[in-house]
Design a protein. Structure first.
Length: 91
């Protein structure tokens, strides 16, 4: 992380919180709905196997992006949260 960004984050914090400025930034980033998650993170979030998640992506039940020739997939956090709420709602 650039030192200017770290400085701007920690400059407005009380001294006791300055060592944790990076963690505060990471927590804020984790709430970004456009954040792309790895398939392992996505399957953990939905509490399904990686195989199930990939099948859903192949069937078009959830949006995914293939980011490499190897077939690595990424999933948007907002799409996963929407699907998780649908799972809870429909039991």
């Amino acid at each position: 992380m650039p030192s200017t960004l770290k400085t701007s984050i920690s400059s407005g914090l009380p001294d006791i919180f300055r060592p944790f400025a990076f963690l505060l930034l990471m927590n804020a980033r984790s709430r970004d709905p456009n954040r792309l998650l790895k398939s392992s993170e996505a399957s953990d979030m939905l509490q399904v196997s990686n195989t199930t998640l990939r099948r859903w992506a192949d069937q078009g039940k959830i949006n995914s992006w293939r980011i490499s020739p190897r077939g690595d997939m990424r999933f948007r956090q907002e799409d996963l949260e929407r699907m998780k709420h649908a799972q809870i709602k429909h039991g």
